[in-house]
Design a protein around this ligand. Structure first.
Ligand code: PMP
Length: 420
């Protein structure tokens, strides 16, 4: 009798702890995606049986690894209509961006090209190498964005000159999901004799990209944004473009990115690319429906829901919202059952400052809290209903508790300048 009672208590405790510690609903697919089981399966043999060094092609172990890498190169190239020989494997989009920016600009400096144009809302892995180039004597021109997150083409026209070496503009933004008009930007860059690079870490496999039609010279991509492994990515470099390596070694990847090529990561990236391409249309339709449902539920149940960035020119799976009267810190602590990114538009808060949101709102009129909700391959309609209900409850309760919350807008002094 006593032991049965103990059992009941123990079972109850386990059930309770399961509830308390159940995994939150994942709505942060722009930060990273889980590896698709089909991708994992394709990778597994290359950790064990097919372990050969892909550059040791004097025996069958190396030959099979080499062939697997070349097949993966084909799959990556196919997504963007590139030639496989134009794909260089890297550790991710950070390395690809560094290589594209530093490598082309250093090669072009000898030809008197000393200016680079980019945009204020770019990822740090673009903005930081630009700072390094400034120290090497380059003039860096950073274009602002409009309230919707998109650049003004007229600003680009004014900034371009015969000295422009490179224009680097992301295809899709990681925080607000906004799409830049890259084809138009590329054509204009070429008119002035400049190269065009795009950071497509968030766009590759999610929206159609065609390096020939879009006139893209260099494109960076990342495996872990498309259900592939972390630590695998690539840079597309158009055939005839000269690039100075940023790392030196054994001459692999045409000497542009030396080091033993990691077979499992490349195979995973290849398989993830293949799936992304095959399912792009159906997946983007499904994600768009889920995202729209989330927005509709929130707007129907809450006043003061602000969408940050253009709603139409946007990745299908992204929403970035502010809620009037709500601060980021209390919002973050009341959203325990969903995994989202919460940012802040001003320094008066403790969550991470978003220079992207501040770029849309230089006067600081937006409420401080911003929430990025990104849906993905494994998000269900049930997840959307649950998450929406949690956000609605949290926002209502925070507004009741602190009717003046979030009324602090950022003062101009709060806005940290990005220095170039
Ligand atoms: N650029 C963008 C737009 C990104 O979102 C990310 C990842 N957050 C990167 C670059 C860096 O990619 P990786 O993690 O593969 O280095």
């Amino acid at each position: 009798m006593k032991s049965r009672l103990v059992n009941y208590i123990l079972t109850g405790m386990i059930l309770l702890s399961t509830k308390v510690y159940a995994d939150p609903i994942y709505l942060d697919y722009q930060a990273s995606t889980p590896v698709d089981p089909r991708v994992l399966e394709s990778m597994l043999p290359y950790f064990t049986k097919e372990f050969g060094n892909p550059h040791s092609t004097t025996h069958i172990y190396g030959i099979r690894a080499h062939e697997a890498i070349e097949e993966a190169r084909n799959e990556v190239a196919r997504v963007i209509n590139a030639d496989p020989q134009e794909i260089i494997f890297t550790s991710g989009a950070t390395e690809a961006n560094n290589l594209a920016i530093l490598g082309t600009c250093r090669a072009l400096k000898k030809k008197g090209k000393s200016e680079v144009i980019s945009v204020t809302t770019e990822h740090k892995s673009v903005l930081e190498p630009l700072k390094a180039l400034e120290k090497e004597g380059f003039k860096i021109i950073i274009l602002p964005v409009q309230k919707n997150g998109i650049i003004k083409i007229d600003d680009l026209k004014k900034a371009l000159s015969s000295k422009t070496a490179l224009v680097s503009v992301m295809a899709a933004n990681n925080e607000i999901g906004v799409l830049q008009p890259i084809q138009e930007i590329a054509k204009l860059s070429h008119k002035h004799g400049a190269l065009f690079h795009t950071d497509a870490a968030q766009a590759f496999g999610k929206i159609p990209l065609d390096v020939k039609k879009d006139e893209i010279d260099l494109l960076s991509l990342s495996g872990h944004k498309i259900y592939g492994p972390k630590g695998g990515g690539a840079l597309y470099i158009r055939k005839d473009i000269a690039i100075v390596p940023i790392c030196y070694g054994g001459g692999q990847e045409k000497g542009v990115r030396p080091g033993t090529v990691p077979t499992p990561l490349c195979v995973g990236l290849g398989k993830a690319s293949k799936i992304a391409q095959e399912e792009l249309l159906s997946e983007s339709k499904r994600l768009l429906a889920l995202r729209n449902k989330m927005l509709q539920l929130l707007q129907n149940n809450l006043p003061g829901v602000i969408v940050n960035g253009d709603l139409n020119e946007r990745l299908p799976g992204n929403l970035n919202l502010s809620f009037s009267g709500v601060d980021s810190k209390p919002l973050l602590s009341s959203l325990g059952d969903i995994a989202v990114s919460v940012g802040s538009a001003c320094t008066s808060d403790t969550t991470e400052l978003s220079y992207v949101i501040r770029a849309l709102d230089p006067e600081g009129t937006l409420p401080p809290a911003t929430v990025r909700l990104s849906v993905g391959r494994f998000t269900t309609e049930h997840d959307i209903n649950q998450a929406a209900s949690e956000i609605i409850t949290a926002v209502k309760s925070l507004r009741e508790k602190d009717p003046k919350g979030g009324s602090r807008s950022c003062r101009p002094g709060d806005i940290e300048e990005l220095k170039f």
